[in-house]
Design a protein around this ligand. Structure first.
Ligand SMILES: Cc1cc2nc3c(=O)[nH]c(=O)nc-3n(C[C@H](O)[C@H](O)[C@H](O)COP(=O)(O)OP(=O)(O)OC[C@H]3O[C@@H](n4cnc5c(N)ncnc54)[C@H](O)[C@@H]3O)c2cc1C
Ligand SMILES: CC(C)=CCC/C(C)=C/CC/C(C)=C/CSC[C@H](N)C(=O)O
Length: 486
């Protein structure tokens, strides 16, 4: 092959830092690429799964982090199949939009009524806009799907920008570099439509407004597609199964620093390695690795990893992640907060909100436990489990504003996803010769599938760079090339 170098002996040890979906998918693909002899250590300071996690209420588990998966998220789909797991349909109840005073939009279960409502509230152009969004999302998904083809042919990318460009050319980079607001204003959307339909979707998914980049905006809009699903038993099961299948060694500890060192191995030749220093309980340990993959957001609050003695130095990371609280509440919703109808006539399963600073919640929605495969109905049972997303923790008084009464409330606080401020640059994928960073991809869009794409890409990139396969990295016009290969 052009660009191939002489075979190099495989690495002895690889470290993966973080056992979320990014790190565990990377470990899985590293094993596939480098074979059975390499030792893979996966470091995790908290729980396997990371931002895929559950909260327990009355013995039942509910997703508290990453919960929904798109039907075209093919890595997640394949993991579930290959790892012996199964899928459940995500609840898809009717959606309403609340502006702090009233419901400004209410979905109906009849398609035709929804169309009439759109025209009534937002004018005839809203129908054209609705079709425009559907068309853009179809195009977006079919371009996004190219990554599966490239990865199945082993191609890798050295930066997120190059990866996005290979999928959708300048259109994708343009989406990433401009705000969603700019993109939609250019397309002629009315302010009312943007405030009452698009912003509420961005708020439930990313806790932000339309000032996020257009790429993550499209990912967020795709959550309005039908057929969303989750993993039976909890999405985090994918991570523990990937770890198991990768035959990696899980080290429950917190990585403190990574330093480049020169070591003389038995062969007598000095080689460059990375010293990883980590803490387990009160003890500090260290070990040497040929390749290191960092699969956690790099900032002081989330990972606090120091890069020592690199020449040139590795830039300091100050990536700001949005604080978000998930609260699960079992209780009887006070439907009169949102509408004049009583609960037994109130048929909304999700209430989104407009960007009103007086509102203390981003959204509230009925949820099922990770074992259930059905749509909970607010009318059938008076007390049900609702999931609230808010920027800060809810007080008891705030909960009692939303609920007539409640039996239980449990919460989990997150630094959830990047604060998007386009135009911005994604952090580097290659931090040093054999040191890789996966979570830069979250600056394009944060979602489980995005981390799985990054995990696979980092494993392929590490493999090709280790073996000098330059022709497998950053290839242009891959789509055309692979078409003629068939
Ligand atoms: C509330 C919420 C809802 C979401 N909903 C969805 C959704 O519905 N669908 C979807 O697709 N995505 C969703 N997401 C996004 C999705 O969960 C994330 O994009 C994805 O899980 C990120 O995975 P990751 O492996 O890259 O990072 P993480 O899951 O954050 O994994 C990083 C891991 O590294 C560990 N770690 C950090 N520092 C160190 C250290 N120094 N040493 C050792 N270990 C360390 C952490 O403990 C963590 O386990 C949601 C996220 C949140 C917070
Ligand atoms: C990566 C692609 C092409 C599609 C992924 C679409 C997807 C499932 C995005 C998830 C976005 C996200 C961060 C949602 C958070 S909130 C989810 C849900 N409403 C909930 O109640 O938990």
């Amino acid at each position: 092959c052009p660009g191939s170098a002489a075979p190099r002996s495989p690495p002895e040890k690889i470290a993966v830092i973080g056992a979320g979906i990014g790190g565990t998918s990377a470990a899985y693909y590293l094993r596939q690429k480098f074979g059975k002899d390499v030792k893979i250590d996966v470091f995790e300071k908290g729980e396997v799964g990371g931002r895929l996690a559950t909260l327990t209420m009355q013995g039942q588990e509910y997703e508290s982090g990453g919960s929904i998966i798109h039907p075209l998220n093919l890595h997640m789909k394949r993991f579930v199949k290959d790892l012996g797991l199964s899928a459940v349909q995500s609840p898809s109840g009717l959606v309403g939009v609340y502006n702090g005073e009233t419901l400004v939009y209410e979905e109906s279960s009849w398609f035709i009524i929804n169309m009439i409502k759109l025209i009534w509230y937002y004018g005839f152009q809203s129908l054209r806009m609705h079709m425009w969004v559907e068309d853009i999302l179809d195009k977006f998904m079919s371009l996004f799907k190219r990554i599966y083809r490239y990865q199945s042919h082993d191609y890798a990318f050295s930066s997120v920008e190059k990866l996005l460009h290979s999928l959708g050319g300048d259109d994708f980079l343009g989406l990433f570099n401009r705000s969603l607001l700019e993109t939609l204003q250019k397309a002629g959307f009315s302010e009312k439509f943007l405030d009452e339909i698009i912003t509420p979707v961005m708020r439930v998914n990313y806790g932000q407004t339309m000032n996020i980049n257009g790429f993550v905006g499209a990912v967020s809009m795709s959550c309005t597609d039908p057929g969303l699903w989750a993993v039976k038993g909890g999405n985090k099961l994918v991570c523990s199964r990937l770890l198991q299948a990768s035959k990696s060694n899980l080290i429950s500890g917190s990585v403190m620093s990574i330093e480049e060192k020169t070591r003389t191995k038995q062969t007598g030749n000095p080689t460059k390695v990375y010293e990883v220093v980590y803490q387990t309980g009160p003890e500090i340990h260290s070990d040497f690795y040929d390749i290191v993959l960092v699969a956690t957001p790099l900032n002081q609050k989330m990972s606090n990893i120091t890069f020592l003695n690199f020449d040139p130095p590795i830039e300091e990371f100050h990536q700001y992640y949005e604080p978000l609280v998930t609260t699960l509440i079992k209780g009887q919703l006070n439907s009169t907060v949102f509408s004049s109808r009583a609960l037994d006539e109130f048929d909304l399963g999700t209430i989104l909100t407009t960007d009103n600073p007086d509102l203390f919640i981003n959204s509230i929605g009925l949820v099922s436990s990770v074992e259930e495969n059905n749509n909970p109905q607010p009318k059938v049972e008076r007390a049900h489990v609702w999931k609230v997303f808010s920027a800060g923790p809810l007080t008891k008084e705030q909960i009692l504003k939303l609920f007539v009464s409640y039996d239980y409330a449990v919460k989990q606080s997150w630094l959830a996803y990047p604060h998007y401020t386009p135009p911005e640059k994604c952090p580097s994928t290659i931090l040093h010769d054999q040191l890789y960073y996966l979570n830069g991809i979250e600056f394009a869009a944060s979602a489980m599938e995005m981390s799985a794409v990054a995990g696979y890409n980092a494993a392929l990139l590490a493999y090709h760079r280790w073996n000098g396969h330059t022709h497998m990295i950053d290839q242009e016009d891959l789509y055309e090339k692979l078409k003629t290969e068939l």
